[in-house]
Every structure is written in C-alpha cells, then in structure tokens.
Ligand binder design. Sequence first.
Ligand code: AQP
Length: 320
Amino acid sequence: MRVLSGIQPTGRPHWGNFFGAIRQYISLQEEHDGFYFIADLHALTTVRDASALRQNTLDAALDLLALGLDPQRATLFVQSRVPEVSELCWLLMTGAGMGLLERCHAYKEKKAKGLPADAGLFTYPVLMSADILAYDAELVPVGQDQVQHVEVCRDLAGSFNHTFGDVFKLPKAQVMTDAAKVPGTDGQKMSKSYDNTLPLFGDEKQIRKMIMRIVTDSRPMEEPKVPEDDHLFQLYRLVAPPADVEAMAEKYRRGGFGYGEVKKGVADASEAFFGAARQRRRELEQNLDYVTQVLDQGAEKARGEAAAVLLRAQKACGLR
Ligand code: AQP
C-alpha cells in the first residue's frame, strides 16, 4: 500500500510530531511503500528567513533519518523539489469551495488567536491534498489535528473525480490512538506555535530543564489521582517501559508521591528512549553528502510518480 505523510521544517521536531506521526512512518515502512516529505512549501507560510528555512529543511532530513526512516525502504524527499505538486494544487484549487476552506481548523485557530493569516495558510489544505493525491497515496499517518485536512483531500478528490472521471485515489488518515494529541508542557496540544514543546534533539541538560518546568496542578501530594487525566503522566507513558508505566500509574492511584519525582522519571526515560537516535544524528551530521544523496534520489523518484498523476489530471480536465 502507498503511504504518504509530511513534516514541516518550521523548527525543531517535538514529541507530538514523533509520537503522533513519525513513529508511524518508521513502523509502516516495514511493510508498505512509504513516501515521506519535508514540507518546505507549507513552511513558507511561517518561516520568512531563507537561511533558516534551508537549515530547517536539512535538519528535518537529519532528524527523520536519525529516528529510523530508512531510505532503502521508504522514499524521503523535499516537497518543493516536485513542482508538479504545485501545478496539481492549482487544478484542485479551482474546485475548492471557500466555505470548505473557511471551516478548516488550522486557519480558523490561527485567526482566532490573532496570528497573521495569509492566502498560503488559508489554502494550505489544498496544497496538502495535492501532496497526497500526486502520489496515489492510500494511507496518511497523521496526528489528530490533520485528520480534517485529509477529509478535505477526500472531498476535493471526490468532487474532481465526479466532474472529470476517475483520476484520483481517495486516501484515508491513520491516527495513533495512544498519541493522537500529545500534550505540551502546559497541558494544551503540543505545538510549535504555542511554545510548549519538548524537542527530540538538542542539549540534554536544556531538555531536562524544560521537563522539570512542566506545569502541574496544585493538588496535595497525598491525594490519589487518576493517571490518565494528568498530562505529565501522559508524557511519561510515551517514553517509559511498560512495567515502569504501570508502577507509576499505581503511585498516582495510591497518592503520596510528588510531581518532581514524575518529572525526573520523564527526563530519565526520555534520555533512554531517544539516546540511540541522538547518537545516530551526531553521526549523520558528519556525513551530509549521504543526506544530500538520499534527498536527490528521493526527489527523482517522487517527481516521476507525481508527473504521471498530474498528466492524468490534466488530460481529464482538458488541459492536454
Ligand atoms: N501534539 C501533537 N500530537 C500528535 N501529533 C501531532 N503532530 C503535531 N503536533 C502533534 C503531528 O505531527 C505531524 C507533523 O506536523 P507538522 O510538521 O505539520 O507540524 P505541525 O502540525 O505544524 O506541528 P505544530 O507544532 O503543531 O506546528 P504549528 O504550531 O506550526 O502548527 C502531523 O502529522 C501532525 O498531525
């Protein structure tokens, strides 16, 4: 089955990106035909600094490879290296209703928070649809926040097919049930734009400090608590071995423990969990030629696929 997903090079990847999406990329590459891309065109709606975007894009490739994406099994590429996608985006744009896009939460939420919105952000679900449809993707592993956009993709593809014939495959979103919405350090959804993220890579002391600063409630230590309701526990559960998770859950239910102890547990468990990937990343940083080669080969393969789908769509709607 063709699997496709992307990650924006808008800053350092965080636990939400990994547990909500990247972890699925790695496991799905074993049995499926994975296409994974670094969404630099999407990132342009927020990153307005050329050298930062270039660096973030390279960093995203290093991150994905370090976390276990295997270019022998999956195709890794940079979105803008496949211009056919932008062309396909225009074809879809001509059939994308304003009402449909106005209901999309990424735009609605940013606008509600008073963050600047532009046409790029407004039409982002259409470009995302082109990203998916250009490769005949059937499965799209994403976090909960992206499910609506995959639905938009299905709507746009369905209505194009209805008008012009059977051109596009309709994809399905796949969400990790245990990490559909990873909480940030303040308990809200972990998100770069909320400044509440825990990075996957970086200075370990710094990351430990961020973990120790996670916001907790002020209930007394002795009070028993429901572990699943607590965002600190939700984070611990992602990185700790199952037996330790069960032991920690028991402490919550009994009461008589301190949040400081849990934070230390999160920090220790995360160092063990991400240790190997951090080491791999340091090695890859010394071998950037290899990374460039992976991205070149990925782009070439992706372009071939996207060109065939674009041609199919162009012919169907009378452009050829
Ligand atoms: N908190 C999260 N829980 C579960 N999944 C998440 N994802 C993001 N945050 C969470 C998933 O990560 C994948 C890549 O997302 P992206 O590169 O589009 O990043 P994003 O959604 O833009 O991440 P942010 O931090 O939320 O960025 P901003 O603040 O810029 O919007 C996606 O599959 C996403 O679902």
